[in-house]
Ligand binder design. Structure first.
Ligand code: PLP
Length: 496
C-alpha cells in the first residue's frame, strides 16, 4: 500500500516513509491511496482474538512494507499487561441501555494518547531503519499536557531514539507537570519554558530549521522526526480500537455481527474521530459519527454550516485537551469527502492560514452531514453530566468523556436515532480530579492533588490509577526552566 499527500497526489510514499517523515514536504498530510476492505469474514475471523492480534490483523493491511515479524514485534511490545492495567487493553463499560464507554485510558499516562503513542516509537524506529538506516531519531515535542507525557512514556528507553519535551512552565496542571518532571528513561528530557504553549510550539518549529542544530545533527548522524497527531503512525493505531471494540461487543453478545452502531468522540484535533471514519469506510458497520466539542465549538458550527471559522474567542474549559481552534486532521477528511481534490484542499487550507476561514462546497457539506452529527456542551453541562451519570449508573467519567456523553444524549433525543453507541472515553477521571470532584460534591476541595484523589476514591468507590498515585513518591528529575530564546541551546546541550 502506498500513501500520498493531501496537497500533492503525485507525491507517493511507503508507510515507512510516511511515518518517518511525519508530514509531506509541501505541508500536506499523508493518506492511504486505498483503504483495505473489512469484510464480514474478516470481522468474523477477529472474534476471540486478543487486542494485540486484532492490531496485527488491521495494521498489517496498512503497513505493507513492514514484515510480519517487524509488525508483530512492535505490536506485542506495545500492548502488554505491564503497560496497560486492563487485560483487554481498552475496556468497555455499558452505561444504561445502549451506550458503551470505550475506555481508552488504561495505559501508562491515563489518557487515550497512549493507545497510539505506545506503538508509534516502535513503528518509527522500524521506519527509520528502512528509510534512514543507522541514524538516531531525535523527537521534539511541544505540549500543553497530555501528548508530552504520553510521548515520553512511549519513547522512554526505546533504542535509537532521543526525545525532548518543552512545556509552558505555568500552562499545565499540577498533575501533568508532576507526570513530566518525574519522567524516567535514559534517552528522554523535559524542559519548562518561560512562555505559553504557542511560544513552545513556535520555538520547536524554528528549531527544526535552525542551521546550528541541523549541522550538529548531521555531525552526530541524527535526524529529527515528529510524534504529533498528524503522523500517520499515530492515526493507524487508532483505527484498531474501533474495530476491536466492535468485535468485542459482538463476542459478548451485546450486538449482532453486522449490526450498525454509532460512535461518539470528544474531539479536538480531529484525529480520534477521523480514525472512526476510516473504520466506517473500511466497512465496519457504523451509522453516525457524533463529533462532540466543548465551548470551543468550531467543529459543531462547521458541521452545521460548512464554514470553518477560527476567528472567534478561545475559551479555557474543564476539558483542556479539546481547547483547540485548528483541527489539523480535518484536512484528511475533507480530502476524502471532496473526492481527493488536491486543488480544493490547497485552496481551503491556504485560506485557513491566511484568513482563518474557509467554506466547503454544498456537495462536500452534504457528505459531511451524511456521516457526522455535531454538538457542543459547556462546562456547567459537562459537570452536570458527570454528576448525573454517576448518580444514575454509578459510573464515573472524566470531563472530556462527559462532553461526548452529553452531546450523544442530545443527538439521540433530537434525531430519534436509537442505535447503540460506542462512546470514546478518553481520559481517566483521576487525571482531572478537581473538576470531576466538583461535579459530584458541593463541599470545598482539599488543595493537595493526592488528597483530592483520595477523596474522589472515597466518595465514588473507584480506584485511582497506580501510575498517578506513584507520582507522589517519584523524584523530580527535571527542574528549572529556560527563556524562549534559550530553547536552541537547550536542544544543543541535549544533543551532546
Ligand atoms: C487529545 C485528547 C482529546 C482530543 O482528541 P483528538 O484526536 O485531538 O480529537 C480528547 N480527550 C482527551 C483526554 C485528549 O487527551
Amino acid at each position: 500500500m502506498y500513501y500520498h499527500s493531501t496537497r500533492d497526489r503525485s507525491c507517493r510514499v511507503t508507510a515507512a516513509e510516511a511515518i518517518a517523515w511525519g508530514i509531506s514536504a509541501e505541508g500536506g498530510l499523508f493518506v492511504p491511496e486505498t483503504l483495505p476492505e473489512l469484510t464480514a469474514e474478516k470481522l468474523q475471523a477477529m472474534m476471540g482474538m486478543t487486542y494485540a492480534q486484532k492490531a496485527e490483523a488491521v495494521l498489517g493491511e496498512f503497513l505493507t512494507d513492514f514484515t510480519a515479524e517487524e509488525l508483530a514485534d512492535c505490536v506485542r511490545n506495545a500492548y502488554t499487561s505491564e503497560k496497560f492495567d486492563t487485560e483487554n487493553i481498552a475496556g468497555i463499560s455499558r452505561v444504561g441501555e445502549r451506550d458503551y464507554l470505550l475506555e481508552l485510558w488504561h495505559g501508562p499516562t491515563c489518557a487515550f494518547k497512549d493507545m497510539a503513542l505506545q506503538l508509534l516509537p516502535r513503528l518509527l524506529t522500524v521506519s527509520a531503519a528502512k528509510t534512514e538506516p543507522g541514524r538516531e531519531i531525535v523527537v521534539l515535542v511541544a505540549t500543553s499536557g497530555d501528548t508530552g507525557k504520553a510521548a515520553l512514556e512511549g519513547f522512554r528507553d526505546v533504542p535509537g531514539t532521543r526525545m525532548l519535551v518543552f512545556y509552558p512552565e505555568n500552562g499545565v496542571s499540577n498533575m501533568q507537570k508532576r507526570q513530566m518532571t518525574t519522567q524516567e528513561g535514559g534517552n528522554v528530557s523535559v524542559c519548562a519554558i518561560r512562555g505559553n504553549f504557542d511560544d513552545a510550539q513556535t520555538g520547536v518549529k524554528k528549531i527544526f530549521t535552525d542551521p546550528a542544530i541541523l549541522a550538529k545533527l548531521a555531525a552526530n548522524n541524527q535526524k529529527f522526526s515528529s510524534a504529533n497527531s498528524i503522523n500517520w503512525g499515530r492515526l493507524a493505531p487508532q483505527i484498531v480500537y474501533y474495530i476491536a471494540a466492535y468485535t468485542a461487543l459482538a463476542e459478548q453478545g451485546e450486538i449482532r455481527l453486522g449490526e450498525v452502531v454509532n460512535i461518539a468522540v470528544p474531539t479536538g484535533n480531529f484525529g480520534n474521530i477521523l480514525a472512526a471514519y476510516y473504520a466506517k469506510k473500511m466497512g465496519l458497520p457504523i451509522g453516525k459519527l457524533i463529533c462532540a466539542s466543548n465551548r470551543n465549538r468550531v467543529l459543531t458550527d462547521f458541521i452545521e454550516t460548512g464554514v470553518y471559522d477560527r476567528n472567534r474567542e478561545f475559551y479555557t474549559t474543564s476539558s483542556p485537551s479539546m481547547d483547540i481552534l485548528i483541527s489539523s486532521n480535518l484536512e484528511r477528511l475533507l480530502y476524502d469527502l471532496s473526492g481527493e481534490d488536491e486543488a480544493l484542499i490547497r485552496e481551503w487550507f491556504g485560506a485557513l492560514s491566511r484568513e482563518g476561514r474557509y467554506a466547503v462546497t454544498p456537495k462536500v457539506l452534504e457528505c459531511l452531514r451524511a456521516n457526522f452529527a455535531g454538538g457542543s456542551c459547556d462546562d456547567a453541562q459537562t459537570a452536570e453530566t458527570i454528576g448525573r451519570i454517576f448518580r444514575e449508573y454509578g459510573y464515573l467519567c472524566d470531563t472530556h468523556t462527559a462532553v461526548a456523553v452529553k452531546v450523544n444524549a442530545d443527538y439521540r433525543r433530537e434525531s430519534g436515532d436509537l442505535r447503540k453507541t460506542i462512546i470514546a472515553s478518553t481520559a481517566s477521571p483521576y487525571k482531572f480530579t478537581a473538576d470531576v470532584l466538583a461535579a459530584i460534591t458541593a463541599n470545598a476541595l482539599p488543595a493537595d492533588d493526592f488528597a483530592q484523589m483520595e477523596l474522589l476514591a472515597k466518595l465514588t468507590g473507584t480506584v485511582p490509577p497506580a501510575s498517578l498515585l506513584a507520582l507522589r513518591d517519584k523524584k523530580v528529575r527535571f527542574t528549572g526552566s529556560v527563556a524562549r530564546d534559550e530553547m536552541v541551546s537547550a536542544v544543543l546541550a541535549m544533543l551532546d
